[in-house]
Design a protein around this ligand. Structure first.
Ligand SMILES: [Zn+2]
Length: 379
């Protein structure tokens, strides 16, 4: 066994000038190098905040039989139930720090746990199974990262789903807190990255939907942090469907463009748009939840409409843009639900995703024979 002498310790709250936005942006752009090139990352896994420290161990129990004093420490394996509620694992920033670090030493309540690229283990030599570890394994051992590999998009989707469940103190950090990982992935994939979506799987990446258990959507985010076609624009958790999905594609990407605030081209955004060309249909959303192919009819189109945020009550005219169809699952169709930003402008914004089964529902409800093709700029 060799002993490495580590000369340098990097602590983010000390090494980034606090409350200095320019320094923060400069440093955020280097996160991928810091974590991926670190020898080991020490994780205060059970600490609630920056002041909690590494050690949360319970006090030793002291026993005295009159002649000798004994010290007893409780020892318990870190359970899945504990990892799922560990404060560190709830934080958005931790997601990439963990995936990028070659070795992580977790300070749990009763024991130390260690994870590296090959395995994870703990003082009682058991596994520390949790979702983060499974995703790390998929990321490290998964695809070749060539865009011809069909699992590339799927692994990214699983990563985004897991990441969007985590919390951020500053909502504006949604893209910056993932930018180190996006940087590393960009060099592996050789594809451009736009607001959380990849150039080579753009039409697949755009088919996210908001997942909420009680169907209550968070309100639209203010201030703006990402274009409406990006999952980073919403406050709720998101989900992607099963892969592969795009057996038949109806839509073409004409252009996609982003501009950024800082030096990182995976971080905080200034603007972003996408231009799509495909079959469209005029429709309406009534009371924020039901989708109508024709605003005059009383019956909503049968299918699953998932609004991106809490939509207004009343009738909202929308445009349905037909994106793709999959052959499995009865031939499910995916449509973006778009609304004009305002009457005087030509741009649209995404307000939801609509999924339906042409074979299982009344296909003629959306008469695509009547649909024209349209070029639409979505911001
Ligand atoms: Zn253990």
């Amino acid at each position: 066994m060799s002993v490495e002498l580590l000369r340098y310790l990097w602590i983010d709250s000390l090494c980034i000038v606090q409350d200095d936005e320019a320094d923060w942006r400069e440093e955020a752009a280097k996160m991928s190098s810091y974590y991926s090139q670190a020898y080991i990352t020490l994780a205060a896994t059970m600490s609630n905040n920056a002041d909690g420290g590494l050690f949360q161990w319970p006090k030793d129990i002291v026993l005295n039989d009159g002649s000798q004093t004994w010290c007893v420490r409780a020892m318990r394996h870190l359970q899945r139930a504990t990892t799922s509620t560990a404060p560190l694992f709830q934080r958005g920033w931790i997601f990439q720090e963990r995936l990028l670090s070659p070795r992580v030493l977790h300070f749990a309540t009763y024991e130390l746990c260690f994870e590296c690229n090959a395995q994870n283990t703990c003082e009682c030599k058991q596994d520390m199974p949790d979702q983060g570890w499974q995703i790390k394994q998929e990321y490290l051992n998964g695809p070749s990262w060539k865009n011809t590999d069909p699992t590339v998009a799927d692994i990214w989707h699983r990563m985004v789903e897991a990441y969007c469940k985590l919390s951020l103190t500053k909502p504006a950090d949604k893209l910056p807190a993932l930018s180190g990982l996006a940087d590393q992935m960009r060099s592996r994939r050789g594809s451009n990255y736009f607001a959380g979506l990849w150039d080579d799987t753009l039409l697949d990446d755009i088919l996210w939907s908001v997942s909420t258990l009680d169907d209550k959507r968070a309100p639209k985010l203010v201030p703006w942090r990402a274009p409406s076609w990006s999952w980073a624009s919403v406050a709720d958790s998101i989900r992607y469907g099963l892969y592969p999905r795009l057996d038949e594609v109806y839509c073409t990407v004409m252009d996609v463009h982003c501009s950024w605030i800082g030096p990182s081209t995976t971080g905080e955004l200034r603007t972003g748009h996408i231009i799509l060309h495909g079959p469209t249909f005029q429709g309406a959303v009534r009371d924020g939840r039901n989708l109508y192919g024709d605003p005059e009819t009383k019956k909503p189109v049968s299918g699953y409409f998932s609004p991106d945020y809490q939509l207004e009550l009343g009738v909202m005219p929308v445009v349905l843009l037909r994106i793709a169809r999959e052959k499995r699952m009865l031939g499910r169709e995916y449509l973006l639900v778009l609304k004009k930003v305002d009457e005087n402008r030509t741009e649209f914004e995404r307000v939801g995703l609509f999924e339906f089964f042409p074979l299982g529902s009344r296909w003629n409800e959306l008469d695509w024979e009547r649909a024209g093709k349209q070029t639409i700029k979505i911001i």
